[in-house]
Design a protein around this ligand. Structure first.
Ligand code: UT7
Length: 334
């Protein structure tokens, strides 16, 4: 398994049609284009006008299959990552399977928040490397964050957008691959959205114990301790990339491209400095999408693949960080 890499056959993405720019946010909260641009690098983001998560996930998956020339019936595995599914059950992966007609695939969802794509890619690679029945795998990451954003909270609402990204892959013996994944539940309360579970008519308030819980508001909106997550992110990003490179037996300089989670341009600039690499190596698109959670890496990856920035033989790192707290990087040869 150690020297079992993956070949990414095709990539794809899809974003809702509606685009909201910084001026749109200045109309609903006390903010400005100047603040958002200088603090985050963001200009625009796509916002769902009703498109469900399963729909944008299916469109991204369809585009990846078409890009790779892969028949949906050849898929053995579909992993979907999302923190904003449309249903508790079925999984979003099952809905994608239904849309694609990929009836031979096993399907499940994973949630590692903004690191989801990295965790899912690594899981898919482990299935592929096991040499069992999974020969072709699809990873699709989709989030409609507008479902859980509080549009009265200026400190968070300007950051997030909606999108889906996907890639289809198979095993590639001997091709470079390594990963570095981390989780830290101690930081669980720093980025949190409660499940909006209704109370039931049979519960007795007197019997309800004082459960130890996260120190976060009781509403179902997404809450983030921005500064703390920022401090975590600027350390996690270089740490995971360096560790994955070390495991792959290459130097950071040998990487042609780094595709980071698109949370904030300042995080990526600081991380690039800490890694000793130029920003030219960083694949960035957050000015056009904002932070789309686990979709952000595969959307940026798809754009860089389609415009031929990423070419066969390039050594590429992808790195995510976010809720959980989670962080992780994959280093591979394209
Ligand atoms: O995807 C998961 C990972 N997420 C991240 O990695 C995000 C990490 N965090 C960040 O990117 C940054 O912390 C933010 C972009 C969220 C915030 O930037 P910041 O430079 O850390 O700002 P701050 O929270 O320290 O706030 C500075 C000031 C505050 O005002 P005072 O207290 O100094 O008067 C805020 O109230 O900026 C104010 N502020 C705003 N002003 C205008 C916060 N949001 C806004 C806003 N417009 N949208």
């Amino acid at each position: 398994m150690a020297n079992m890499g993956i070949e990414i056959l095709g990539t794809g993405h899809h974003a809702p049609a509606r685009v909201a720019d910084n001026e749109d946010f200045a109309k609903i909260v006390d903010t400005s284009d100047e603040w958002i641009t200088s603090r985050t690098g963001m200009k625009r983001r796509h916002i769902s006008s009703g498109e469900p998560t399963w729909y944008i996930a299916s469109q991204a998956a369809h585009n990846a299959l078409e890009n790779g020339g892969v028949d949906p019936l050849d898929l053995d595995l579909i992993i979907c990552t999302t923190v904003t599914p449309d249903f508790q059950t079925p999984s979003t992966a099952s809905m994608v399977q239904r849309e694609l007609g990929a009836k031979n695939a096993i399907c499940f969802d994973m949630n590692a928040a903004c690191s989801g794509f990295i965790f899912a890619l690594d899981t898919a690679r482990r299935y592929l490397a096991s040499g069992d029945e999974v020969k072709t795998a699809l990873v699709v990451s989709a989030d409609i964050l507008s479902k859980m954003v509080d549009y009265t909270d200026r400190s968070s609402c300007v950051l997030f957008g909606d999108a889906a990204g996907a890639c289809v892959m198979r095993a590639a013996p001997g091709r470079l691959y390594a990963s570095s994944l981390s989780s830290d539940g101690e930081g669980a309360g720093l980025l949190c959205a409660r499940y909006p579970f209704p109370s039931n008519p049979l519960q007795d308030p007197a019997l309800m114990p004082q459960w130890e819980d996260l120190d976060s508001p009781q509403d179902p909106y997404l809450h983030m301790a921005g500064r703390e997550v920022y401090k975590f992110a600027v350390k996690a990003l270089p740490h995971e990339v360096m560790r994955a490179c070390q495991k792959a037996g290459i130097t950071v300089e040998e990487l042609k491209w780094i595709v980071p989670h698109q949370a904030n341009i300042r995080i990526v600039e600081t991380a690039a400095k800490n890694l000793g690499v130029s920003m030219d190596k960083m694949v960035m698109n957050l000015s056009e999408y904002g932070n789309t959670s686990s979709a952000s890496i595969p959307v940026a990856l798809d754009e860089a693949h389609r415009d031929a920035r990423i070419c066969r033989g390039d050594k590429v790192a992808m790195v995510g960080f976010g809720g959980g707290l989670t962080s992780g990087a994959v280093v591979l040869e394209w």
